[in-house]
Ligand binder design. Structure first.
Ligand code: PRX
Length: 676
């Protein structure tokens, strides 16, 4: 076996470590000043970048839109095909097929093909557990584990097309389980480890899953999350079709094993060989379903398929993160979210990169955990969320200042608009003023990054995701679908299909059409649900969701979802949920609740309702504010006037048109009601 387990450490940057350049906490940066600043890629960075100039980007982008089939056919050569496709894109709005006739396997692309040459002993995953242990898994070790676990899946009855839920801590086995599904053509649906039993049950029922892969427990801030127990509760009433639960031993907490249903991962691995040839899949075979919140009470299962998704993941990861062979690339997202799918597993592994994976919380045992990890493993690329950055700012500059962050060469953000102050802090304190920042806009539905700077090419401005990626025809339009001029606010749409686009909502074609393609059905545009404007340079400034979806700490949450959790409590008659400003999370959850007759509105009940929502959905959905009210402001036709509730939740005085309000007294009472 060759010696090289980890990649060579990246060259030390010439400048002083980031800590030395750290801004003092007192450094306050006014947003209006920051917004005017433009940061050009340094000559040194641009010289070595895959896309070295704005002109190079623009030429390629224009080419990609002029002849998309030719462009994507060229890019698709970077994948390993078992059989070449016949057509690049068939577009019958709103249904797209990419690379029809082609055959390939995602796990073979992400793992096996890197084992053929010298990369077989390159680190694929460097993992650190929250308690502090580390593991390094080479590409050849990963191939062996994936193939073995694929045999375990088969041994336990999983077949092509079967749905397998994965409810795991952030450990390498989560990625191994995903890749093993892909190897045999089973369709995985990862459920975030922070979600509740109810959420597992809903997803198992909706997807028709027959198997769950989980762990005994996972670590979070020193405590153990009882994952297996949550699965047991989800399966308790026997309503799902789950026949088999495979349990990885992680936290050694005591669990119940249901004879005939539950098996241990480690025991099963003893029964199988590492011989499991990747099964050829059609380009359009389903790869995974990922549930995300929408404007109704139930999350929807976004379906992604094989070839187009993998291509989008591979091409964006290479270009947006400007991947080099010796990078140590860290995406801090959990595999339970789309970012964890595309930029922790499929994108980087398809490129043969070294991925860093960290199991736990950023402030465990102390608020410098991230910076410690970066220094210890020589991380070169860091991709995280604005909400995390705002928390770091709050915790203070002394934490990053303790560590040498000079291995970093590129920073990224995703999940929500980044406020210019947070952008500047990230740039100066973490990036030492030398690292480009890629602010990447995309969605569960888009599968891959859509609007983003390319770090060697695009001048950046704090707060904007800048320009569309290759092949992406994004535009800001008015309600009639007309493109708007500079700085006019409108709706963000995508006018042409792209390879990694969602293929549907699992089991609900009607919802797919209604949700994404009805707003601009005449034009055939995809509607993102986001509002935005373009500035005079054509840069996209995303202002946030314009539907009934909240973005809490970078995670999507439907207001209707929280409302239906609240009304499922015996004390609640009616509930309305809106977003409220939150310094760290971007948006918080504010609930207005009317109680059933005879129920006492007190602090105790508020706490009970918070807990109830957490049990029904997960802790991220816990309302930050709950206000009891004897009525909700409604129009004469009975529609809740959310605009007014938002103003109240934000502590503002209610303004604007209230003439359609049914009962003006309701407003006065609501404003008087406090959140205590
Ligand atoms: O509102 C946008 C916001 O997050 C939404 C997508 O959420 P989700 O499907 O959970 O995926 C998050 C990770 C890709 C979008 O509709 N959003 C995402 N990235 C950005 C953003 N808003 C502004 N700037 C971004 N960079």
């Amino acid at each position: 076996m060759a010696k090289k387990l980890t990649p060579k450490p990246a060259k030390k940057a010439a400048k002083k470590p980031a800590a030395a350049a750290a801004a003092k906490p007192s450094d306050h940066i006014e947003s209006h000043l920051v917004e005017k600043r433009v940061f050009k890629p340094s000559r040194a960075f641009a010289k070595q970048a895959h896309v070295p100039s704005l002109d190079a980007y623009r030429d390629e982008w224009k080419r990609s839109l002029r002849s998309p089939d030719k462009f994507w056919a060229g890019e698709a050569k970077g994948l390993l095909w078992r059989k070449k496709w016949k057509t690049v894109c068939e577009w019958k709005p709103p249904f797209a097929k990419w690379f029809s006739g082609g055959r390939l396997n995602v796990a073979e692309n992400c793992v096996d093909r890197h084992c053929a040459g010298p990369d077989k002993n390159k680190a694929a995953i460097i993992w650190e557990g929250e308690p502090g242990e580390t593991r390094t898994i080479t590409y050849s070790q990963l191939r062996r584990e994936v193939a073995k676990f694929a045999n375990v899946l088969k041994r336990n009855g999983a077949k092509k097309g079967d749905r397998v839920l994965i409810y795991m801590p952030l450990i390498p086995e989560a990625a191994i389980a995903m890749l093993a599904c892909a190897r045999i053509g089973a369709v995985h649906s990862v459920v975030f480890g922070g979600f509740s039993s109810e959420s597992i049950k809903d997803r198992a029922l909706d997807s028709g899953a027959t198997m769950i892969v989980t762990a005994d427990g996972g670590y979070r801030r020193g405590a153990i999350v009882p994952l297996k127990q949550n699965v047991d509760n989800a399966l308790k009433d026997g309503s799902t079709g789950v026949k088999r639960v495979i349990v990885f031993r992680r936290a050694h907490n005591e669990i119940h094993i249901e004879e005939g249903r539950d098996v241990w991962w480690h025991r099963e691995m003893d029964y199988v060989t590492p011989d499991c040839p990747p099964a050829e899949q059609e380009s359009e075979d389903p790869l995974f379903i990922l549930y995300t919140s929408g404007s109704t009470g139930k999350p929807k299962g976004i379906l992604h398929t094989t070839a187009g998704y993998l291509l989008g993941a591979q091409v964006t990861t290479r270009n947006v993160f400007d991947l080099r062979p010796d990078d140590v690339y860290w995406c801090t997202a959990d595999v339970g979210w789309i970012t964890g799918h595309t930029y922790l597993v499929y994108g980087p592994l398809a490129n043969g990169a070294t991925v860093l994976m960290y199991e736990g919380a950023p402030n465990w045992p102390e608020p410098d955990r991230f910076w410690r990890i970066i220094a210890q493993h020589g991380v070169t690329i860091l991709y995280t969320a604005p909400t995390a950055i705002r928390a770091f700012i709050k915790w203070g500059n002394e934490w990053p200042a303790k560590h040498d962050l000079s291995s970093l060469r590129l920073l990224g953000t995703v999940g929500e608009p980044i406020n210019p102050e947070a952008w500047m802090w990230y740039h100066q304190v973490i990036g030492g003023g030398r690292c480009p920042i890629v602010d990447t806009w995309w969605q569960t539905e888009t599968g891959a990054i859509m609007i983003t700077p390319l770090p060697g090419a695009t001048p950046t401005k704090p707060g904007t995701a800048t320009l569309p990626f290759y092949g992406v025809d994004a535009a800001i339009v008015d309600d009639a679908g007309r493109e708007l001029g500079a700085n006019e606010g409108g709706k963000l749409v995508v006018r042409k299909p792209w390879p990694s686009m969602l293929r549907g909502v699992w089991g609900d074609p009607k919802r797919y059409k209604e949700q994404y393609w009805t707003e601009y059905s005449k034009q055939g545009f995809y509607f993102t649900g986001d509002g935005a404007r373009r500035d005079e340079d054509g840069y996209f400034w995303i202002t946030g969701r314009i539907d009934d979806v909240l973005n809490v700490a970078g995670h999507r949450l439907g207001t209707a979802e929280v409302e239906s959790a609240l009304v499922s409590h015996e004390a609640v008659a009616e509930a309305a949920v809106v977003g409220c400003p939150d310094e760290i999370k971007g948006q918080g959850v504010a609930a207005f609740v009317t109680l059933k007759g005879g129920m006492k509105a007190d602090k105790d009940l508020k706490e009970k309702l918070r807990r109830h929502v957490s049990e029904m959905i997960g802790p991220i959905a816990k309302p930050d504010q709950i206000r009891f009210t004897d009525a909700l402001p409604k129009t004469r036709s009975g529609k809740i006037m959310r605009r007014l509730l938002k103003q109240i939740a934000a502590g503002q005085t209610v303004s604007g048109d209230t003439t359609t309000l049914e009962d003006l007294n309701v407003l006065a009472r609501l404003q008087a009601a406090d959140d205590e």
